[in-house]
Design a protein around this ligand. Structure first.
Ligand code: UDP
Ligand code: MG
Length: 332
């Protein structure tokens, strides 16, 4: 099918990208709710699921959905690449004048879409949904998330709005701009902010998960936070420099004290505890600094390898949107 076969509906084309990883219990209900919201709108719409290496019945469920309605398409990645990459794969192929990214677990209410579209029609390029409440999330997750946004906004030059997820509408030029950013460690919330253009928030209430558990445990969230910070600021490297400088100055003044004491009172063999303290402290400072350098070096290594961001196992484009994906053209 080509673009001309697209059913003639008045208005622009909207694509909805849904990253899915083991969400067989949610996709059908999501589609029902999406359809209820999208059908009355004066626009043409498509939904593209990105199956991020699911191992439950998700692939079969998606095939069933597409058989029933060819406006739904799916892209199956060769394995689990993580949500950030799955969204990128979807954005690479999503067609239309605007693209909405939404979670499959119904934590992002599809009923907000008309409001997102309204703001887009007002001329905004990035319309992001901002949570006013996070139902069904423990206080520890909320507290750590708040601390993370405070930290990253203090150290990074790209202000990242707190309490936003990936649920948002992107205009065509915002999608194209994002498509040009091919870094491997993708902190999407930072990348959306980095592209700039006109951005606006729409408040909403975040619901608890429809089924199953969050795929982001604390270890994964920690790594996500480290990725976010290292991708958007080199402040930790500066921190290492100043920590080293402070340690060196302290060591120097202590050295002066030791020499003066020796000159004044002679040199009795003492000072084992202070020596151990200094050695251990300096050793610790050096390891911290090395670790910080290592974090950046590791990321440089990953970039230098120039591997593709993801591999595609199979693809059924939503009807009428079968054009060449961005990834098939050389990235640089
Ligand atoms: N997801 C994905 N790949 C992954 C992990 C998650 O595509 O490796 C999808 C998942 O299916 C869901 C969305 O990303 O549609 C958000 O995941 P989740 O609900 O687990 O995250 P949380 O809401 O806890 O931040
Ligand atoms: Mg969720």
């Amino acid at each position: 099918m080509s673009a001309e076969d697209r059913p003639a509906v008045e208005g622009p084309l909207l694509s909805v990208v849904v990253p899915v990883f083991n969400e067989a219990a949610s996709v059908e209900i999501l589609i029902e709710r999406l359809r209820a919201v999208l059908e009355p709108l004066p626009l043409d719409w498509r939904v593209l699921f990105v199956d991020d290496g699911s191992t439950d019945g998700t692939a079969a469920a998606l095939e069933g959905l597409r058989a029933a309605d060819p406006r739904l398409g799916w892209l199956r990645l060769s394995r689990n690449f993580g949500k950030e990459v799955a969204m990128t794969a979807g954005l690479d192929r999503a067609e239309g004048d605007a693209v909405i990214i939404i979670d499959a677990d119904l934590q992002d209410p599809p009923e907000l879409i008309p409001q997102l579209i309204e703001r887009w029609r007002d001329g905004y390029d990035v319309v992001y949904a901002q949570r006013t409440a996070r139902a069904g999330e423990r206080w520890l997750k909320r507290a750590t998330a708040a601390a993370f946004y405070r930290l990253i906004n203090r150290v990074s030059d790209t202000p990242i709005p707190p309490d936003t997820g990936d649920y948002r509408l992107l205009s065509r030029r915002a999608v194209d701009a994002l498509g040009g950013l091919r870094e491997r460690h993708r902190f999407m919330k930072g990348l959306y902010a980095w592209v700039g253009f006109r951005q606006v928030a729409v408040p909403y209430r975040r619901e608890p998960r429809h089924a199953g558990k969050s795929k982001f445990g604390y270890w994964r969230l920690w790594n996500f936070a480290v990725d976010g910070i290292t991708s958007f600021t080199s402040a930790p490297l500066k921190f290492a420099t100043y920590l080293g400088l402070a340690a060196a100055v302290t060591a120097l003044s202590y050295g002066v004290v030791v020499i003066a004491k020796t000159l004044m009172f002679g040199d009795p063999v003492r000072g084992y505890p202070s020596m151990m303290a200094v050695i251990l402290f300096l050793g610790g400072v050096q390891l911290i600094a090395l670790g910080i350098i290592g974090e950046y070096l590791g990321r440089l290594f990953d970039e230098a390898k120039q591997r593709p961001l993801y591999l595609v196992d199979d693809y059924r484009a939503p009807a009428g949107t079968e054009t060449a994906p961005r990834e098939s053209t050389p990235a640089r």
